[in-house]
Design a protein around this ligand. Structure first.
Ligand SMILES: CCCCC/C=C\C/C=C\C=C\CC(=O)SCCNC(=O)CCNC(=O)[C@H](O)C(C)(C)COP(=O)(O)OP(=O)(O)OC[C@H]1O[C@@H](n2cnc3c(N)ncnc32)[C@H](O)[C@@H]1OP(=O)(O)O
Length: 264
């Protein structure tokens, strides 16, 4: 584990990114060769619900960017009014145990990858972002959200208990008190409400505005050593990932959830 942590930022310093662009069915990745900023776009109509295949592609995209010399990555959506509707309900409806296990693992791996990137990340939230959609944005370092949409961890409203790493991601962003109020009530915040509590860092008029603000965020690090930056990020986020990834409790919790899912 430790070797991974220390090798990655060094390796990115030796890789060029020029003229990179790759598009799979569900995720488009492009790197602007002038700014060095990557844009990862989810494109799974109608609502970018997170199924196994989308998660695998997302995880791969963010991992690949770790080997390129980028200034930062923006996560956004190709859809007009939806960032992501969260987990694909169909993945949770009477799944085969192997699929449920693979799905759940892919969700957690994707969260860990995005939460832990050596490069800075911004979610340009250009539409509704409930539940798992909110989780993806929380994994990024900064959130810019277009006005008049909704975001939040609304699991309790659906009769679901948000896993503790969802909760930890929320608590990493807003206060413990606000997290408690939000999660227990399954609150979905409007953009301006989310801004008031710090769930989003900036609001935007439209997607273009959100992307412009996201790009501006990266310039904060122009005079910052990228390795020092990454190690500091790890210092702040490492414990949450460790709890999310390794604990016995997590394994039990996953078994319990898969068990619940396969019985519904
Ligand atoms: C089942 C429980 C098992 C127990 C599991 C135990 C533990 C799980 C732990 C954690 C769970 C994680 C959290 C999640 O992410 S759960 C998913 C939560 N998502 C939501 O609550 C969002 C629901 N969707 C919406 O609110 C709206 O659809 C949305 C605002 C995103 C968009 O609204 P709009 O009016 O534009 O579009 P719709 O007409 O509503 O939808 C279009 C189309 O898309 C389908 N759809 C919507 N959301 C999902 C989804 N999450 N998964 C799959 N499909 C979705 C919707 O049904 C429509 O389909 P169709 O009718 O056109 O065929």
């Amino acid at each position: 584990m430790a070797s991974k942590i220390f090798v990655r930022p060094i390796s990115i310093a030796f890789n060029a990114f020029r003229n990179y662009s790759s598009s799979s069915k569900l995720v488009d990745v492009s790197i602007n060769d002038k700014t060095g900023i990557a844009t990862v776009t989810m494109q799974r109509p109608p609502v970018n619900s997170l199924n196994y295949e989308l998660l695998i592609e997302l995880n791969g995209a963010f991992q690949d960017l770790g080997s390129k010399k980028i200034k930062g990555a923006i996560l956004t959506s190709s859809l007009k009014t939806i960032f992501s509707a969260g987990l694909d309900i169909l993945e949770m409806y009477k799944p085969k145990p192997e699929r449920a296990n693979a799905f759940w693992t892919s969700l957690q791996d994707t969260w860990i990858t995005i939460f832990n990137t050596p490069y800075p990340t911004v979610a340009a939230i250009n539409g509704h972002s409930p539940a798992g959609g909110c989780l993806l944005s929380l994994a990024c370092e900064y959130r810019v959200m277009v006005n008049n949409y909704t975001i939040g961890l609304n699991e309790t409203k659906l009769g679901i208990v948000a896993p503790f790493w969802f909760v930890a991601s929320m608590k990493n962003t807003i206060s413990n008190r606000e997290s408690e109020l939000a999660l227990t009530s399954g609150r979905l915040y409007k953009t301006d409400e989310a801004f008031k509590v710090g769930l989003v860092d900036e609001t935007a008029e439209n997607k273009e505005d959100a992307l412009a603000k996201a790009e501006k965020f990266f310039s904060r690090f122009d005079a910052v050593n990228p390795i020092a930056r990454f190690l500091t990020k790890q210092e702040l986020r490492g414990k949450i990932v460790k709890v999310g990834r390794k604990t016995f409790i997590y394994k039990i919790f996953r078994k319990f959830q898969i068990c619940m899912m396969t019985r519904i």
